[in-house]
Write a protein that binds this ligand. Structure first.
Ligand SMILES: *Cc1c(COP(=O)(O)O)cnc(C)c1O
Length: 355
């Protein structure tokens, strides 16, 4: 690692989160959702930690993500998004379970799960007759195995009535309860367990799926660090960065940090604080592609460690400040940023995606 910017992932915290949620929900099947490189935390590392802490299945967004996991894991892997029938053979050969969202014309050896649209209006079957027909077709086939039937929640934790309507729609279909799963993180924390399985995403990473009190204590696994590369004193009236959006009202110390919007530390962070030696300092001027500047004092020195995300400047706080959701903050941190993994307080591994 030749660059002073890195994300730190605490694998013990991921395990803690999985374990408290597993105990709380008591699900037979718990899917660890590791799409989008494990919400930016690292898909392989999170999958391993989650499986060791009680998750039984893995889930991702599309087939490419699933095939990557299959090289390392024997656990069942479900693709949550749509997969073209052109790639069903490939999924079959690699024992990947696929989500079916409309009629299929395939009779290879494949585990399938039906996606039912109960109110998200994204993907899935809506029509009762179509659902009966596809189940009949799958059951008639010797090769297709109906492994699950599920729906996705639009408002869990924030609108109980909408949630109950979604579940009611599913119940009206009178399907095999042993196959059904409904809850994402918000669903399982707001309403405990429904049916026998749940799909755990954001809460596994220690981030809140909704505002308000949670029934278990989650621990944020992600933090983001850099080091001061340059400190300078500028005079009153001098400005900083592209567009000269900050002008010093007095003689000031400015420190430069090698992280920018190409690392996923977006321009929206302008004006927010970062932490050096337990004290917070403001980002001034526009965030550049690879660097940003902060207004500091004479105590700050070259090579000082800067925390951009930690237990004091949390992902949840950033999300609220940036008027977005915690998911987007961690998913945005790009593959230019090496991920350092900690277990029992010690660094056990580093992924530099450039090598
Ligand atoms: C991403 C995803 C999940 C996980 O959701 P979280 O809110 O992160 O727990 C569950 N189910 C489906 C279908 C998803 O796409």
């Amino acid at each position: 690692m030749f660059r002073d910017t890195w994300a730190e992932i605490d694998l013990d915290r991921i395990k803690h989160n999985v374990s408290v949620i597993k105990n709380y929900t008591d699900y037979d099947k718990l899917y660890a959702v590791v799409k989008a490189n494990g919400y930016g935390h690292g898909d392989l590392e999170v999958a391993e930690a989650a499986l060791s802490a009680g998750a039984t299945h893995l889930a991702v967004a599309f087939l490419d993500e699933a095939l990557r996991l299959r090289k390392y894991f024997t656990a069942p892997i479900l693709v949550l998004g749509y997969t073209s029938e052109d790639y069903f053979d490939l999924a079959s050969e690699n024992d990947i379970s696929l989500t079916i969202i409309d009629d299929i014309d395939y009779d290879g050896f494949l585990n399938v799960q039906l996606k039912i649209d109960t109110g998200m209006n994204r993907i899935g079957f809506r029509d009762t007759n179509e659902i009966k027909e596809i189940i009949k077709k799958i059951n008639k086939s010797k090769n297709l195995n109906l492994e699950g039937i599920y729906t996705h929640l639009a408002t869990a934790g924030s609108d109980d009535v909408y949630y109950e309507n979604q579940v009611a729609k599913l119940n009206e279909l009178d399907l095999d309860k042993n196959l059904i799963h409904v809850n994402n993180s918000a669903g399982m924390l707001a309403y405990r367990n429904f049916f026998t399985a749940g799909r755990l995403g954001i809460a596994m990473y220690g981030l809140s799926p909704y505002e308000g009190k949670l029934p278990v204590e989650l621990k944020q696994a992600f933090s983001l660090y850099s080091r001061v590369t340059n400190v300078k004193k500028i005079n009153k009236g001098e400005s900083v960065g592209y567009g000269t959006t900050f002008t010093a009202t007095m003689d000031s110390f400015i420190a430069t940090i090698p992280i920018g919007y190409a690392d996923g530390f977006l321009r929206y962070h302008k004006g927010r604080s970062v932490e050096i030696n337990n004290k917070q300092y403001k980002i001034v001027g526009n965030v550049c592609m690879d660097q940003l500047m902060i207004l500091v004092d004479d105590t700050i020195k070259k090579n000082d460690i800067v925390a951009l995300i930690n237990d004091n400047i949390t992902v949840d706080m950033l999300a609220i400040d940036l008027n977005t959701i915690n998911y987007e903050i961690v998913c945005s941190i790009s593959d230019r940023v090496p991920r350092v993994y900690k277990k029992n307080g010690e660094v056990i591994k580093m992924n530099n995606y450039r090598f």
